[in-house]
Structures are given as structure tokens and as C-alpha cells.
Design a binder for this molecule. Sequence first.
Ligand code: HEM
Length: 380
Amino acid sequence: MTDHIPDDISPDGRDLREYTDELRQNHAIVKNTSGEWVLLKHADVVAAAMDHENLSNNVSDYLQIPNGLDGEAHTHYRKIIDQYLSEEALEPYIPEFQKVAIQLMKELPKGKVLDAVNDIGAVFAVRAQCAWLGWPAKLEPRLLKWMADNHAATRSKFHDEMVIVANQFDEIIRSIIRPKRESHVQENSDITTRLCHDVIYGRELTEAELISILRNWTGGDLGSIALCVGVIVHQIAQQPELIEQLQKAENSEVEAFIDEVLRIDNPFVSNRRVTTCPIQIGGQDIPEGAKVKLHWTSANRDEAVFNKNEFSPEKNRPKNIVYGAGKHACPGRLLATWELRIMLQALLTSVQNIEIAHNQKVEREIAPLGGFHRVPVVLS
Ligand code: HEM
């Protein structure tokens, strides 16, 4: 059953989750005014994510490595990327992330109103990414400004503005990689230098390929980490008893808690595919060349899979698709999980209480973004 609904499937001012919860009661799939088929149910989203033959990732005119690639090309590039995101490769950065998190918590004023998304999430995301990629700390203000501009452009939905901020980001990356491409790889070289000299099809990655890969690692994900921090801190401010419980919890329990909070309020909303032949999804015939949207946020709240959406980290974890499914599932999952856990543990060690600021408005994000735009909190 389908319906024609607004482009971003969120009428102004409505919480995207509430809206898709309502839609999902009567529709497995809806068509938005941009002509995209939006999959709302868990089973259909997972099936679509696994169906690499009939649903292609080649949805954009821009070079998108690896997410815009299919088949063997995707496998080749993904291999290069995965080597930087394995447990073994990331472990040496744990002390760096801890240092960044502890330093940030020291800097955050107590007893004053802070925004968990921008003052905690965005700053932590930028510093952690710079530490991981070997980018100079002096880039922080430029990256934070870019994040704010990118956010504003995405909210405005103006294509021209989005192109301008995308170009600004490419400019930042170009300024970082040009000298690194000229240098040689040594034993202690940073990740960006090593990536600059990675070889594919018998040649080094081109500047355009490097920009695309690094745009993917940073551009999108800085925003995701910041939004995730907003969702997590908001949850804790609602349930202060969690502070003590999480302070005592094992790393694996804290990570399971984070995953479950993000399942219920998934700020990484959706990804697109295009059909390579006529197919049927959710009982709906879809023609070849149609755009299909995998709505992670809706699927992750599907009552048919997650019993009444009850909070249950262990039980719900196997079906949680915050990080996607199939060949394109997020390679940065471990990095994101560790960064978020380390940030949360540092925050909880440095405070006794986290409260939503009185007389201040908690603002939800508007589609196509999920999570919160602003979470005003007071740390004490
Ligand atoms: C909390 C933060 C994050 C969330 C919720 C998230 C979520 C996702 C999801 C759902 C996908 C699947 C997209 C699809 O099927 O089309 C994805 C793909 C991807 N993510 Fe993440 N991600 C996060 C952080 C990161 C980080 C930190 C990195 C790297 C540093 C990263 C790199 C990527 C890349 C390269 C892809 C494309 C993979 C492919 O097409 O093979 N992500 N992410």
C-alpha cells in the first residue's frame, strides 16, 4: 500500500520518529513527492540492504567511495578502507581518544548551560577525528565552522548551498592531502599519509578518490557522532539514575547501552538505492530505475521486531541496524562505538549530575536529519 507523502516524510515541526511510527501502522512502503519509495519496515529494509543485485548504490552523480559503488569495484575500495578500521588498527588510538575526551570534559564549564550536540558532540567528534587521521589541531575552528554550515545547508534543503559547502570541505581536504601525497610513507606515518599512498589497480589513489574517501570518513560522520552524542546525553539527562549504573558498567555494557539508545532514536536516518530491474518490495511492484530509501530510523523502531520498542540492549542488539546491513554496512562502526563510549565514560567520570536546563527548549532535528538540533544541559 502506498501513499504520496512529503519529500522528506516529515511535515514541518514533527518528530520524524513519531511520524514514521504512525505511517508504519498502515504502510510498509510509501512514495514521497520526490518519487522515492521509502521502506519503513525492518524486514524490508534489511532485505533491500542485502539485495546487492537488484538494488544498486550508484545513486549520485558525484564520486562516492565506497558507498556509491557496486560489485567488484566496491569490494576493491572497501578492502583499502577496512584496513584502517579494524580492531587491531584502531586499538592504538584508544589512549588518544581518551586524552581528547578527558581534556574536553575539563574545559566544559559546570553549572552553565551547554548544548550537548554542539558544545560536547561536535567538538569531541572533530578532535577525535583529527587525532585519528593525523590532522593538525589548528584545523578545529575551520572544521567546526564547516560542520555548522553543512548542517544549515542540509536543513535548508537548498541544493546550491549544499554544493557550496561540499566544495568548501573538498578544499579543506585538498589542503591536507597535497603535502602528504608529496611525502613518503614511514613507519610512524599518520593514517592520511598512508592512505595517500595506497595502491588500487596498480596505481596510487587519485586526488579525487582520496577526497571522496576522506569526505565519507569525516564530512558525514562528524555530524553523525555529534548527533549521537546529543541523543545519548539527552537520554541520561532524562534518567539520572543511569549515571551511577553506567559509571560501574563494563565497557561492553556501556557500548550495548549506547547501541540501544541509538536504535530507539537513530539520528542516521536513511540511505538510498536504485533498482536495476523491476522488483517487488513490501508487496509493492517497483519499476526498474526507481529510487528506494532504506529508512533505518523507522525500521529500528518496528514493533513487529522490537517488542513494543522496549529498552532492552541485549535482546535487541542482534536486530539493531543503526550501522546498516549487507556489504555496505558501516565500516566505521567500531570507531564510532569506541569514540562514543570513551566520550560517555569521560563525561560520567567528570560529573555528578546532568540536567536539562530549566526554561530552555530541547529542539528536535528536522528531516532529513534525525536526533536533536539542540540539547541544553547543565553539568554539575
Ligand atoms: C555514529 C556514527 C555512525 C553511524 C550511525 C553510521 C551509520 C552508517 C550506515 C547506516 C551505513 C550504511 C549505508 C548504506 O547501506 O548505504 C554506513 C556506511 C558507511 N559509514 Fe558509517 N556510520 C557512523 C560512523 C562512521 C564513521 C566514524 C566512519 C569512518 C570513519 C564511517 C564510514 C562509513 C562508510 C565509508 C560507509 C560506506 C560503506 C560502504 O558503502 O561500503 N561511518 N554508516
